[in-house]
Design a protein around this ligand. Sequence first.
Ligand code: ADP
Ligand code: MG
Length: 145
Amino acid sequence: MKLKKINDLFNATTTNHLETQELGIKFSKFIKNGDIVTLNGDLGSGKTTFVKGVLMGLGYESEVTSPTYTLINEYRTKYNIIHLDCYREKDINRWLNIGLIDYFNNQNILFIEWAENIKNILPNKTKNLFFEVIKSNQRLIKYYE
Ligand code: ADP
Ligand code: MG
């Protein structure tokens, strides 16, 4: 079977959290070192759920938690996955002080929730996911490079 193109995965609605994870699993086949992926959408729209799927797709078997309070979670898989949440910390200087820029290199792949809060220090070439709550369990997920 031919592997689908990345764009074929998106503009789809998911109807429960497992389907959003499944999309993350599929997305994990397309990522490469140096990628910076922003996850945009309201609280509860499925951003963290999607990243859990990505880690499942990379064979990560331990717990994956939201970085809302830890700000940065790091997972060693075949890639070094850095999962950030900029919801609570909007002060760019704090992010610079904790060394965020050091993660922007070809040894890491970043997934960033609420990336708009740090857009001034993000590299131009991000990949961007948009999560929209359609109904209680329905999410529309879009992707733009
Ligand atoms: P975010 O990181 O965007 O704040 P989470 O992924 O942490 O959101 O939470 C999404 C919540 O919505 C979870 O409680 C999940 O069970 C629920 N949910 C319901 N339907 C879906 C869906 N289709 N996709 C993802 N999450 C869903
Ligand atoms: Mg989240």
